[in-house]
Design a protein. Sequence first.
Length: 176
Amino acid sequence: MRAFVDKIHANRFILILIAVIIYEDVCFMLTLYQFESCPFCWKVKALLHFSKIPYTAIEVNPMNSKELEPLGLKKVPVLVDGEQIVTESSVVMDYINEHYAHLAANDSVAEWRTWVDASLVHFLPPIIHKNFSTSWQTFGQVLKPAGYGPMKRTLIRFAGALAMSRVSIKKARERG
């Protein structure tokens, strides 16, 4: 009888351990607040995907950022890890690497990140949102998985295409 009781206790311990591991995986999953069309969010998502780190993406309405109101923020990307809230794409990437990815860092990492932040992200919008037509097509693609209804999706698509095409034209003139 004693051996049977010991087995039950041993199995109960294993079941509790498994439950704790599952609980931590479910409850402490990273949450990324993003705009699907934001190159700064793309950087963060690229690291998460490359490192095979699970996360939940919350698409933020670019018209009002309502999803960020409870956090008291207005800009994406925002990473939430339990009680920790991290903003600014490069800071978010550092946080992910330090706590989850553990990728080796060297001098070229900082150099490449600086180049991406200073150059690449400024060249992407004029290419992606060259004019209203290309911007309209882009927003049509990026808003498909966002889960907005047809009316809201069309409004966001129109306003986003109009705003981004104008911003991109202005940025292209500034950069030459």
